[in-house]
Every structure is written in C-alpha cells, then in structure tokens.
Design a protein around this ligand. Sequence first.
Ligand code: MN
Length: 258
Amino acid sequence: MISMLRKPATWFLMGIVLIVLTVGLPKQLAAAPVPVYIAQGTVQSEIGKGLSANPAQLPPLPYAYDALEKAIDAETMKIHHDRHHKAYVDNLNNALKKYPQLQGRTIEAMLRDLNNVPSDIRNTVRNNGGGHLNHTMFWEIMSPTGGGQPTGNIAQEINKTFGSFDDFKKQFNAAGGQRFGSGWVWLVRNKQGQLQIATTANQDSPIMEGLYPILGNDVWEHAYYLRYQNRRADYLNSWWDVVNWNEVNRRAQVKTQA
Ligand code: MN
C-alpha cells in the first residue's frame, strides 16, 4: 500500500477521483428530479390540478348561509365554514411557513405522500390539509337546488353497484352512523374503478388510501349539532335533500391510473 502511494500514477488517479467527486456529485444531486408520488393504482383526478397549498385559501361558500335550510341551519353553516374550515386553512399555512419548499405542492400530493412531509408538521398537515380538502369538496357537493333522485351516469352506477338509490342510502347512512367519534362517510371510486362506501376518522381523506372521494358527508358533531343535537341519524337522512348531483356526476368521472 505504501509503495503504491510513492507512484505518481497512483496520485494522478486519486486526483481524478477527487475531481469527479467534487464536480460530478453536486451536479448529480441538482439534477435529481423532485419525486412526484403517484402510488400504483391510485386514482387521479385532473392530473396536474389540485388544491393549492401556496398558500391554502378558504373558498367562499358557493351560496348563502341559509341556502341549505332544508337540511342544515344557517348558524351551523356559518360556524362550520367561517370558523372550522378557516381554522384548518390558517393552521396549515402556519405549519408550511417553515417549509417554503412544500408550498408549491398540492394538498392532495402531500396527503398521498405524508412520509415525505417533515415529521414535525406531518400530523398538522394530515389534519388541517385533510380538513381543508374535505370541506372544500363538501360545500361543492351541496346545493340549495339539490336533493331528489340521483341524475346522470352516477344514478345508473349506483343502481348497478348497490341495487337501488334507497339501498345505497341505507348502507351509506349506516356506515356514517357507525363511524365512532369524528369522521366522514364517503362514496369513493376504488383502485379498480368501482364505487364503494368508506369511512375515515378525523379529517383523514380517502386519497390517503388511494381512493377518490366522489361525495362525502361530515359526521363531526360541528356539522349538525345546533339543529340535530346528538341525532346523527336524522342529520344523515335529511342531508340527501341538499346533495348536488351535478357536481357528484362531475367528480364521478375520475379515471383510475393503472
Ligand atoms: Mn366539518
């Protein structure tokens, strides 16, 4: 070994190695692409679109607070949107301040890949990013002119999958009633492209499981407490009177990525 170090050729080779290491390595790192996480079989909505975290913004309610009185009272809507949803947005933005490199990502991308979110804000992103995403969908899939029987393709697909709209509602309401504590009940498109009923705890989003939410009902008490008190089953029954089937049909067109 010592005799090798005496040879000029050895020093020459070591010099080359050093130059390659110092010049080549940083270039290689810089060229490494930002990983875009798309899990195998994950359902994609509109590719390249998503809910912005740059910064997250509270969307205005698409109707007046009292517009959904058929199912939900104005005061509940006001507190739910102006305070609860706003808090999710504010908490998320505060957490992301420390990590400007995350602000260009969508909420969906972060929720699909929580392990790549720094551990000190991971739960905050999960709860508040999830809360922001879930509620943004929630306001859109309700409408003062909603309710009634499903329309369009989703009507046929519900019949095919669950037998009838009534059977579907029964299963959906039962799942929502059985969700212990705070959470959501969903109609999702699964990885096979089929309709499926699912529930999640807290503000978890189905997209964390590779499922795409087509419609969902918030079964946290804050969604129904003022009018329904502890009667979640009554709330789940009445809620169908405001479901916006046009928007549900739009969301149902999501394609699965094989
Ligand atoms: Mn809520």
